[in-house]
Design a protein around this ligand. Structure first.
Ligand code: GRF
Length: 207
């Protein structure tokens, strides 16, 4: 059972974009009672707002671009080493738009979590909100899960439901999902940090 070795728990957050989920974690970590702190932020690209948010908060950052490596495997190993150097209790993929590979998942088994803007197992992949809208569902939402080698297929930690409105576009729906996603992430990461968690088969239990 992964129980954080550190108090507060050490979080490494990986981003690819605007980093609003990262910001929600940074804000939560300002309260010592939250039980976690962000020790580093990594990205797969330069010049993203997520990295700027970390820099403004005085948190170390690093970038590992796939194109800077000879192979996907070499990139995965470099990313694994960079993250391992910060000795995380939990690795949070917060809008990180790459699939991590076998080295990464072996090194951090059951310690890597990701958010997806749909209710898994429906609508995996890059276009969860638009796919849900196109299908015509009346409710969708977001899912926090333990990362496995698949695309949004890992064990579910938490989910939140968001109603689809008649005049929604993919963008308006995604923005409302992201509000729920940030709350879900902050609440779950706090509980996992303070209470530990276990993974048995498809089931995740916090505490
Ligand atoms: C989130 O909805 C995440 O689930 C999806 O991309 C969005 C990232 O948002 N993969 P942000 O970068 O945290 O603002």
């Amino acid at each position: 059972m992964p129980t954080p070795a550190n108090n507060p728990a050490r979080l490494v957050v990986l981003v690819s974009g605007s980093g609003t989920n990262l910001q929600a974690l940074l804000d939560a970590c300002e309260d010592p009672a939250y039980g976690a702190r962000v020790v580093a932020v990594g990205a797969d690209r330069y010049d993203v707002e997520g990295l700027a948010r970390a820099e403004r908060a005085g948190i170390p950052t690093f970038v590992k671009q796939v194109s800077q490596h000879d192979s996907r495997e070499a990139w995965d190993l470099a990313l694994t080493r960079a993250v391992a150097g910060f000795e995380p209790d939990l690795v949070v993929l917060a809008g990180f738009m790459k699939l991590v590979g076998p080295d990464f998942l072996t090194r951090f088994e059951h310690q890597v979590i990701n958010t997806h803007p749909a209710l898994s197992p429906s609508f995996p992949g890059m276009h969860g909100p638009a796919d849900a809208l196109d299908y015509g569902v009346k409710v969708t939402g977001c899912t926090l899960f333990v990362v496995d080698p698949g695309v949004d297929t890992g064990q579910i930690i938490a989910q939140r439901v968001v109603e689809v409105l008649d005049d929604d576009t993919g963008e308006t729906l995604h923005e409302r999902i992201k509000v729920a996603e940030r709350q879900m992430l902050v609440e779950s990461v706090g509980r996992m940090s303070r209470e530990g968690w276990s993974v048995e088969g498809r089931r995740v239990r916090i505490g």
